[in-house]
Design a protein around this ligand. Structure first.
Ligand SMILES: [Zn+2]
Length: 287
């Protein structure tokens, strides 16, 4: 039956049938996998803050690029042992988390997908997601797998520096001006702004601090050693208006990363061992 509306293209991987999955794999789309964690975000934000932000970025970016991207289900739980002093946090062993992401990626590769973008909403997942992406590119030489920390491109950093109201460094680290503003822009009814606080540690250092991008010397330890409320930053200056501005930029940035992965050709390299090195690569790849 003729219709004036073009059929809506499914953008969620899980909602495809298996023949549709096979068809889409042939189009070489970017598979977008968002991961986060459940953990304390002050007295005022739900523990799902990182999940909500990562899901929103990923889904809006995929919708803007439905011709070249597919949205995988969210990996809700991540690595957060340093937050276990706060009720609600759920942590996954770091090696298990890397292996879990790796297994998802390997499954996609098995079905013919070759481009994977991890959209991560939780700072302490960063090195682990990067490791999973690296390992996937070593699985097969024709795979592209990448990740990024949102709102960290030069353009995004400039926007944050120009529009933030909190002190630097420290105003934008966790459950802060930034995360609270984003939550206010997405689900304001769940934010208890009357309970928002400003809590910034006395860094007493030129190299150790936390902000949207941390200081050059990485020193972490127990989260409760840095903050009483769970907040590191200034949640009291958060607004939905700033949240909408930053969310729009973060979605655009995520869509640009999809474009980058979609247009790139793999750089498979060349084995210089005349055959002997292939065996090594296979052993590593099937470990
Ligand atoms: Zn967070």
């Amino acid at each position: 039956m003729p219709s004036t509306d073009a059929p809506t293209r499914p953008h969620r991987y899980a909602e495809l049938t298996w023949p549709q999955v096979a068809d889409r794999a042939g189009e070489a789309p970017v598979c977008v996998i968002q991961e986060a964690t459940l953990e304390d975000h002050g007295y005022h934000l739900p523990i799902d803050t990182d999940v909500l932000i990562a899901e929103t970025l990923a889904e809006r970016a995929v919708l803007a690029r439905s011709d070249r991207a597919l949205l995988l289900p969210t990996v809700t739980h991540g690595y957060t042992p340093h937050h276990m002093d706060f009720p609600g946090s759920i942590t996954i062993d770091w090696k298990r988390f890397v292996d879990y992401l790796l297994d998802i990626g390997k499954s996609l590769i098995h079905h013919g997908f070759r481009r994977i973008l991890f959209v991560n909403g939780h700072g302490s997942n960063v090195p682990l997601v990067e490791m999973a992406a690296r390992l996937l590119m070593l699985e097969r030489r024709d795979v592209l797998a990448a990740t990024f920390w949102y709102l960290s491109t030069p353009e995004s950093a400039e926007l944050l520096a120009r529009t933030r109201d909190s002190d630097q460094p420290g105003g934008m680290a966790h459950a802060c001006e930034l995360e609270t503003s984003l939550y206010l822009a997405i689900r304001p009814e769940l934010v208890q702004m009357e309970r928002a606080v400003r809590e910034i540690p006395d860094w007493d250092s030129d190299t150790v601090w936390m902000d949207w991008n941390d200081g050059p010397l990485s020193l972490k330890g127990q989260w409760s050693g840095w903050t009483e409320s769970g907040v590191i930053g200034d949640a009291t200056v958060a607004t939905a208006e700033k949240g909408r501005l930053w969310l729009e930029r973060a979605v655009a940035e995520t869509a640009e990363h999809i474009d980058e992965l979609a247009r790139r050709a793999p750089r498979p390299g060349r084995d210089h061992h005349d055959g002997a090195g292939d065996a090594l690569q296979t052993r590593e790849g099937t470990r």
